[in-house]
Ligand binder design. Structure first.
Ligand code: ASP
Length: 336
């Protein structure tokens, strides 16, 4: 009988730093270390089993603590991923990344990369030098997921602590624990066991090829900032400063179902009317939809739907590359 051996997938790992590449002074240290200290080759050496499941190539895109992520690296990553989408020798893409802003980068790429190949972001909560570092297993899982035929057409994903999350839904919820990522509104879409990706849910929001956002000829993104509401809210000062510094849009991390203290709201209404600044209402609560009243719609406010403030910011930035019409942008918040 003839046995056909299936070829190993070709996976490109794009490294950007983070705790997965972090180095501490002792194996006990899980804080106070330097994120983005080790090169991608060192990460690969810790997981020799990878060569059994994939042919790996690597590129170091950056080596930073992801709390310092910026538009320049986002655009570089997006352009690189789009090149790889069109490269017939690559089957899947893994991006190593710090966990602090992983959800933002994942959602950005989910909206601007065009193709069906799996794109998987992965990181770690413990530095590479720690006892029971979580990076090696997470990296193994991410490569297995990126090489899985089951993972095609699911948009950008995050693989952390044996679970698979859709980029739009995932958020970091714990400062230090390895079980930090959650998708409070939607749940994880699957999980990974011994290198096998098992999916339980499909991704329903549009992504990748089905969005209108194209950064291929963009060299900078519109400035959008986030303000936060609270008792005795003084964030008008922040709104004023952001607009003065060139913000074209503001996202409000509202209280409860997106409420904004009147101290701040009255000023935002003025900005909407007089300066045509786009204002998206989101919530600081962590899950759930932000409703919007008829009056607010007429004033020009846009609902973030159930996106958290940092993700609403990503979508508003991209929306502003297309239009300044709040009604059209409100549609984007429904679809993506
Ligand atoms: N501060 C680190 C980073 O985001 C945390 C991590 O990777 O877990 O790069």
């Amino acid at each position: 009988m003839l046995t056909v051996l299936s070829a190993k997938p070709n996976i490109m790992i794009l490294a950007t730093g983070g705790t997965i590449a972090g180095q501490a002074s002792s194996a006990n240290a899980t804080t106070g270390y330097k994120a983005g200290a080790l090169g991608v080759d060192v990460l690969l050496k810790a997981v020799p089993e990878l060569k059994n499941i994939a042919n790996i190539s690597t590129e170091q895109i950056a080596n930073i603590d992801s709390s310092n992520m910026n538009d320049e690296i986002w655009l570089k990553l997006a352009k690189k991923v789009n090149q790889l989408m069109n490269n017939g020798n690559i089957d899947g893409i893994v991006i190593t990344h710090g966990t602090d802003t992983m959800e933002e980068t994942a959602y950005f790429l989910n909206l601007v990369t065009k193709g069906s190949k799996p794109v998987v972001l992965v990181g770690a909560m413990r530095p590479a030098t720690a006892t029971s570092a979580d990076g090696p297993k997470n990296l193994y899982n991410a490569v297995a997921l990126a090489g899985s035929k089951n993972a095609l057409n699911r948009g950008v994903m995050v693989a952390m602590n044996d679970k698979i999350y859709a980029a739009r839904d995932v958020t970091k919820t714990h400062t230090l624990n390895v079980e930090t990522f959650k998708a409070s509104n939607a749940g994880e879409i699957g999980y990974i066991v011994d290198g096998k990706a098992i999916f339980n849910h499909t991704v329903t929001k549009e992504h990748t090829r089905n969005t209108p956002f194209d950064v291929s000829s963009i060299i900078s993104l519109p400035k959008v900032d986030i303000i936060y509401t609270y008792s005795n809210d003084g964030s008008q000062v922040a709104s004023e400063a952001f607009v003065k510094a060139g913000a074209k849009g503001l996202v409000v991390a509202g209280s409860g179902a997106g409420s904004i203290h009147e101290n701040s709201k009255n000023y935002l209404i003025k900005l909407l009317k007089e300066k045509k600044i786009l204002v998206v209402k989101s919530s600081r609560v962590g899950s759930g939809l932000v409703p919007i009243s008829k009056e607010e719609l007429n004033q020009g406010f846009i609902s973030a739907n159930d996106l958290n403030p940092q993700k609403a910011r990503v979508l508003l930035m991209l929306a502003l590359t297309k239009t300044k019409d709040p009604r059209q942008i409100a549609k984007y918040f429904e679809y993506y």
